[in-house]
Design a protein around this ligand. Structure first.
Ligand code: BES
Ligand code: MN
Ligand code: ZN
Length: 505
């Protein structure tokens, strides 16, 4: 999708469709006074635009409700062929996160009507214009992603918006750079979604490693990929315990970003779970819904996409990503419940459930990140069904061993407009890790399962400040939304990019 800026007066712009946000400026709480009607306004200072929207608004057809769309043809007084009004809800609570979704909604509404280009008028709200612009670019790219890769009648060109004009006033240079930053982040998010969308026969650990290598060469990152030999040589017994059951070779992917001028004392480590298919292993999963376990590599794909964005945005922070890629299969070579594995750190693990494999591959990924000198660790993983029980499909789970690091991440997360919620790591939960035969078990009781998994990982992050993101419920959008298709969401990438930028020296 091409993106460009225009400072033209909206009504004078020639475009297939002019998109204008409408807000409800009635600040009264409607629940108190039922007859209190919305005060809907088209958010442009161009009187001609307000005029063009006047009738449809005064008729009551347009209420300003969030994601409500109204398409008018040949709007009077405008050079645009069409006018699309997109509802943004109450003006008082309108935020950047909403604006991002409205841009996605506009894309999805228009592309379904075979419209290929449009112009989005940045609403004049309290949101700073460069921030609003970035959000619109991000939302538009996210909305343009279509997961139907293998439909034989697919014509990619016909399914996508190919040109977006953003209409606003401001310092051209600053706006141009905000637009480019938005593009980089959104294209990286879609790059991640692309990896996650592929089924496991087309996204093996080897293929994932190749895709990481290719991306790294394109953006100038250092990338090393290793196989079983290196995993064994590093004594990654937990990672290998999972990988040994599969005929597909595992891959350890290391991406390094080490810019000149970065401070020596900060070295961020991003560790990702990339189980390209999770059958559960010998503790096999039920057939119902198992096909979805192709997205069990979303954490790893998120870290690869994050590194892409970082390489292009060039913050002065040293970052290394470690992605542990493998299948989790039952076979004659597979690990069995009761087996004991010795992790890279030297700690022994009794395997109670072979389906609790993500924490095993991450355990060694975290140890390796520490060995490489990382001073702060973040991992992302589709780790537990239990986090979905706790937070549903709305929020990802955040766990943090260090409050200061959490504050930094929470700020980044807010900026990025992604929903996440902190869950606890009290010492009391450590009881559950006890094993009769080894240092710890890999799975315990049903209760507090997401916390158990995080407590397990904490044993391997040790004293290095660490954040764990459990994205099992959020990495896959279960139902299409106005702004996003059903399928891979690319959750956490934007927060991670903001988080990394926050350490810039
Ligand atoms: N990959 C799954 C977690 C998952 C569940 C991801 C649902 C996405 C959607 C993970 O490897 C797993 O199987 N976890 C088990 C752990 C249990 C055996 C302790 C789970 O959550 O059931
Ligand atoms: Mn599993
Ligand atoms: Zn898994």
């Amino acid at each position: 999708m091409n993106t460009n800026l225009s400072s033209s007066v909206p009504s004078q712009l020639e475009t297939d469709c002019l998109v204008v946000v409408v807000l409800d400026r009635n600040e009264k709480d409607r629940s108190e006074k039922k007859e209190d009607k919305p005060v809907v306004t088209a958010e442009s200072s161009d009187v001609a635009v307000q005029e063009a929207a006047r009738d449809v608004i005064s008729s009551g057809e347009v209420t300003g409700k969030t994601f409500e769309t109204t398409l008018l043809h040949r709007p009077a007084g405008l050079k645009a062929k069409r006018l699309l009004l997109v509802g943004g809800g109450k003006a008082k609570t309108f935020s950047t996160a909403e604006l991002r979704k409205l841009a996605g909604t506009a894309v999805r509404t228009l592309k379904s009507k075979s419209i290929r280009s449009f112009a989005f008028v940045v609403p004049e709200t309290a949101i700073p214009s460069s921030q609003g612009l970035r959000a619109i670019v991000e939302g538009a790219f996210v909305g343009n992603f279509d997961p139907g890769y293998y439909k034989s009648d697919r014509n990619e060109k016909e399914q996508k918006i190919d040109a977006l004009t953003i209409v606003l006033q401001g310092d051209a240079k600053a706006l141009e750079s905000a637009m480019q930053a938005g593009r980089v982040v959104a294209e990286s998010q879609n790059f991640t979604r692309d990896l996650v969308n592929e089924p496991s026969n087309r996204m093996t650990p080897t293929i994932l490693a190749e895709r990481a290598k290719k991306m790294a060469a394109e953006v100038g990152l250092n990338c090393e990929t290793y196989g079983a030999d290196k995993i064994k040589q590093l004594k990654m017994g937990a990672f290998w315990g999972v990988a040994q059951g599969s005929d597909e070779p595992p891959a350890l992917i290391v991406l390094r970003y080490d810019p000149v001028g970065a401070a020596d004392k900060v070295h961020l480590g991003l560790v990702g779970k990339a189980v390209t298919f999770d059958t559960g292993g010998i503790s096999i999963k039920p057939a119902d819904g198992m096909e979805k376990m192709k997205y069990d590599m979303a954490g790893g794909a998120t870290m690869i996409g994050t590194m892409r964005a970082i390489a292009l945005l060039k913050p002065k922070v040293k970052v290394t990503a470690i992605i542990c890629a493998t299948e989790n299969m039952p076979s004659g070579k597979a690990q069995k419940p009761g087996d004991v594995q010795i992790a890279m750190s030297g700690k022994s693990i009794e395997i109670i459930n072979t389906d609790a494999e993500g924490r095993l591959v991450l355990a060694d990924g975290l140890s390796y990140a520490r060995q490489l000198g990382c001073t702060h660790l973040v991992d992302a993983a589709t780790l537990t069904g239990a986090v979905v029980v706790a937070l549903g499909y709305v929020n990802a789970g955040i766990f943090a061993s260090d409050d200061q690091m959490y504050e930094r991440f929470a700020n980044a997360n807010k900026q990025a407009g992604e929903k996440m919620w902190r869950l606890p790591l009290d010492d009391e939960y450590k009881e559950n890790l006890k094993s009769n035969i080894a240092d710890m078990v890999n799975a315990g009781s049903r209760w507090g399962g997401a916390i158990f998994a995080a407590m397990f990982l904490k044993e391997f992050a040790e004293d290095t400040p660490w954040i764990h993101l459990d994205i099992a419920g959020t990495a896959w959008t279960e139902e299409a939304k106005p702004w996003i298709a059903k399928g891979p969401s690319g959750i956490a990438l934007r927060s991670l990019v903001e988080f990394v930028k926050g350490w810039e020296s």
